[in-house]
Write a new protein. Structure first.
Lengths: 713, 174
């Protein structure tokens, strides 16, 4: 496609050259057209002129031939036709009579034409006739002109004069004319081009000016420059538009710069938010992790010792709960500023969440340095915090982990410090503990149990064992204590002493407690079904469980679901439970009692408080702690305490249970002092329900007594 | 219509059917000569404005009926009258006079021409060299073709205008 090629070619040219090419093309086309038209016009004019003169000649000759025709004078006619010698373009002339016969003919010397042949066969009139008629119409561009002139005389047509003229001779004239006009056109074209070169500057110069300015703008990013526009044409409009655009860009650029700086400020602020704690102004957890990582790496590469101190404020929760978050925040602020004040310049303190802080201590020369830092921290928080005129004492538990001794990875270091902090909490708070390997082992076992315990109920790994309680008067079965057993698939049997604290820590107590109550109810029904209708099941209720809001509902649901007689359930609570938040617990205990459930105090005698609380509770039983029973009957202290407890309980109309009974002389002592119920290996160890039922059946058939001596188990 | 028809007929006789001005066997010499005389009338201008154009045959008539065919024809607006006469005086009023003088002696022609001197008669003869004797047109036979000579001087002296076209056809003009 030529048009496409031309467009492509044009698009690659500069406007200046485009302008030149287009103008030259247009001018050339116009001039070519003019030349062609002029030459053609010249041709037509010349041809017309020749035609005209030939016609005149023909008329003259025709009129001259009348006599020859009339007299049939061939010679005379031929003589007349010789007149055409002076007309070089006439090649052939012939005179025909009225019948079409050739009277005379003229053929120019050197011209051969079939007319001469026709002349030879002059009898063949038809051919000549045809010849004439054939030449009546000459095309405009034909070399030959044919003229057929009638010859009339006295009003009659007496013959015809036929002329054939060759006008090719005029072509040399035409060619000369063509050359002439072409030269003129070329001169015109050159003049036009010269003019164009002069004039195009007026168009391209402003454009070049514009594009040059554009380059300046692009290279220097300077939007303040402007085009000088002097013309009012399209380029002037373009220049004005360009200036306006630049103004807009300039304004927008300034706006953008302003916006960017605003955004930068905002980002800086956000950055600070992201890395700093708003309340304490200390670096936050995010910052801490990054910094710890860097510090650990640095310590390892430079073979220096660093330590991580994990701090957890003691009793912060109480302040936060009783005085509100605002005060809690103020406390955190004051605590952090106190801590910051006692730290060295290079020590790094971060708040990593809630009431937890972390201190990174670098470049340690001696382990004692860490202890000094820890003690300073504890000292700093030992003075009371004063809010609303009240003194609040909070302590801090600190766990310490040392790199590279304890860990070489930041995360391990943190976990270890956390474990050590936990240890500090366990050791009575407000102290510091160094991490040791044992902690890690304990921790990992605990961690494993913790995760396994979550699935223990669903997987049916938990089971209730029951230890019989025997009536002291007739040694018959009067109750059983439900004791939880966890059959761990790998670690074997795990005692409640190990997994209950874990359940307490991990919030599994409510679901564990629910399972315990439901299972106990279910088993109670099985006992009744087996004909054992007067045996109560004692269940240990933990403090967390009884404080759980849903506890009473859980119990009620269990009773409703299993249609268990409430009087057959006995909830054992420890002394410590009854002493904390007594009003809440009293309320719960009253509700249990109202349902008909019996309540016993477990491990009685181990608590510190006075006996006065006993009056507040509607207690049914006291269980003397096994530590007192084990000393019977030799230890005077234990015998006196046991006697006192039994006496007090009886004085309050409360039953007494002796736990951990293992020897006959213990039984004798307890019987002597009217203890109501015995429980211990002397009679039976805890056992699954099925086993218990089997044993019961055996004993019932024997004599109903549960005495070990009497029944060999 | 009749005139045109007759004219065409004459044309047919004079030209078409004798396409060659040769003296063919079957066409009489005087038929052709009569045609010549007729055509001479057409190429000649006389000073008078008479309606008639008198063609006189002086002496013995060699044409016979052949020439009667042109009697009554129109030439240049004049009606042709063929008149045969033996009296030279009568010739004076003629427009064309065919002089058949026997013997064709020079002095006889000169005497006859003298008699019609001062008139406007186009004199024609087919005697040999008659133009030298003062006759205006002399007919002769050359190679079986009829040709003619013209004594233009004589014609001009008699105020006759012979067309150049005719003169061009003449074998000899003086």
């Amino acid at each position: 496609m030529p048009v496409v090629a031309i467009r492509k070619f044009l698009s690659n040219l500069s406007i200046q050259n485009k302008f030149l090419v287009i103008n030259l093309a247009v001018t050339t086309t116009a001039l070519s057209f003019a030349v062609i038209m002029a030459v053609f016009g010249e041709y037509l004019t010349k041809r017309d002129f020749i035609m005209e003169s030939l016609n005149v000649q023909a008329k003259m000759v025709a009129s001259n031939t009348t006599a020859a025709l009339v007299f049939k004078d061939e010679k005379g006619a031929e003589d007349i036709l010789q007149a055409f010698i002076s007309s070089p373009q006439v090649h052939i002339a012939a005179i025909y009579d009225a019948q079409g016969g050739v009277l005379a003919s003229y053929i120019r010397q050197g011209i051969k034409n079939n007319i001469s042949d026709l002349h030879m066969s002059e009898n063949d009139h038809d051919d000549i006739e045809t010849e004439i008629h054939q030449h009546k119409d000459d095309s405009l561009l034909s070399n030959k002109i044919h003229i057929n002139q009638e010859i009339s005389f006295e009003g009659d047509i007496i013959g015809n004069l036929f002329i054939e003229a060759d006008i090719s001779g005029m072509y040399s004239n035409i060619i000369n004319y063509l050359i002439y006009t072409t030269i003129v056109a070329l001169i015109g074209l050159s003049l036009a081009s010269l003019l164009l070169l002069k004039l195009r500057k007026s168009i391209t110069a402003p454009l070049q000016n514009l594009s040059g300015l554009m380059d300046t703008v692009i290279q220097k990013n300077d939007y303040s420059v402007r085009v000088e526009h002097t013309t009012d044409d399209e380029i002037g409009i373009l220049s004005r538009g360009f200036n306006e655009m630049l103004s807009h860009i300039q304004v927008n650029d300034e706006k953008l710069a302003h916006e960017l700086s605003e955004r930068y400020r905002a980002e800086e602020h956000l950055d600070k938010l992201a890395y700093y704690d708003v309340i304490t102004d200390l670096p936050n957890r995010h910052f801490f992790h990054e910094h710890l990582e860097r510090t650990v790496e640095h310590a390892i590469t430079t073979k220096q010792v660093m330590a991580l101190l994990f701090l957890d404020l003691d009793n912060f929760k109480i302040v936060n709960d009783t005085l509100g978050h605002k005060t809690g925040d103020m406390l955190l602020k004051q605590a952090s500023s106190r801590l910051s004040n006692v730290l060295r310049k290079n020590d790094y303190i971060c708040r990593i969440g809630g009431d937890e802080f972390a201190i990174i201590v670098e470049n340690i020369n001696h382990v004692d340095d860490i202890s000094i830092v820890s003690e300073k921290c504890i000292d700093a928080l030992s003075n009371p915090f004063v809010f609303e005129g009240n003194n609040f004492f909070i302590g801090v538990s600190i766990g310490i982990s040392i790199c590279p001794e304890d860990a070489t990875v930041s995360n391990d270091l943190l976990v270890n410090a956390d474990m050590a902090m936990y240890e500090a909490k366990l050791r009575g708070k407000n102290n510091y503990q160094y991490f040791n390997k044992k902690m890690n082992d304990e921790h990992s076992r605990k961690f494993q149990l913790e995760s396994d315990l979550r699935h223990a109920i669903d997987k049916g790994q938990l089971e209730l064992y029951y230890q019989p309680q025997v009536d002291s008067h007739d040694e018959t079965l009067c109750g059983i204590e439900a004791l939880m057993r966890w059959h761990h698939p790998e670690k074997g049997m795990i005692s409640p002493g190990e997994f209950i604290p874990i359940a307490e820590e991990t919030g599994l107590i409510p679901s564990l407690g629910q399972w315990l109550i439901n299972t106990a109810c279910e088993d109670c029904n099985r006992l009744v079904k087996a004909g054992i209708t007067d045996v109560s099941i004692a269940i240990n209720i933990s403090g967390i469980q009884i404080r759980d809001n849903a506890f009473i509902d859980t119990v009620r649901n269990a009773l409703d679901t299993f249609k268990t007689q409430a009087g057959l359930l006995e909830f054992e609570l420890t002394e410590s439970i009854l002493m904390d938040d007594s009003s809440l617990v009293i309320d719960k205990v009253n509700k249990l009692r109202a349902m008909g459930i019996l309540v016993a105090i477990d491990d009685f005698g181990t608590g510190f408080s006075s006996m006065s609380y006993l009056k507040s509770f509607p207690i049914n039983k006291l269980k003397i702690d096994r530590s007192f029973i084990s000393g019977l009957p030799q230890s005077s202290e234990d015998t006196s305490i046991t006697r006192a407890i039994i006496a007090m309980a009886h004085g309050m109309n409360i039953g007494v249970v002796a736990e951990g009974v293992e020897h006959a002389d213990q039984i004798d002592f307890l019987c002597e002092h009217d203890c109501d119920v015995f429980q211990g290996y002397y009679y039976a160890k805890p056992m699954p329900l099925a086993e218990l039922l089997k044993l019961y059946e055996q004993r019932r058939r024997a004599d109903g007594h549960f005495h070990l001596a009497r029944v060999n188990i | 219509m009749k005139t045109i028809k007759n004219l065409l007929l004459l044309y047919a006789i004079l030209v078409a059917q004798m396409p060659v001005v040769a003296v063919a066997d079957n066409v009489s010499e005087y038929t052709i000569k009569a045609g010549f005389i007729y055509n001479f009338a057409k190429f000649t201008q006389w000073p008078d404005k008479s309606d008639e154009l008198k063609i006189c045959i002086f002496g013995k008539d060699p044409f016979g009926k052949n020439i009667d065919k042109i009697d009554g024809k129109i030439s240049n607006g004049r009606t042709i009258r063929v008149i045969r006469t033996q009296k030279i005086d009568e010739v004076r009023s003629c427009h064309i006079a065919f002089l058949n003088i026997i013997p064709p002696e020079r002095y006889l022609f000169e005497r006859a021409l003298k008699k019609i001197d001062g008139t406007h008669v186009l004199t024609v003869s087919d005697a040999r060299n008659v133009t030298e004797f003062g006759v205006m047109i002399g007919l002769s036979i050359n190679d079986d073709k009829i040709a003619f000579d013209v004594n233009h001087t004589m014609a001009l002296a008699s105020d006759l205008e012979i067309s150049a076209k005719l003169l061009r056809l003449a074998r000899e003009v003086n």
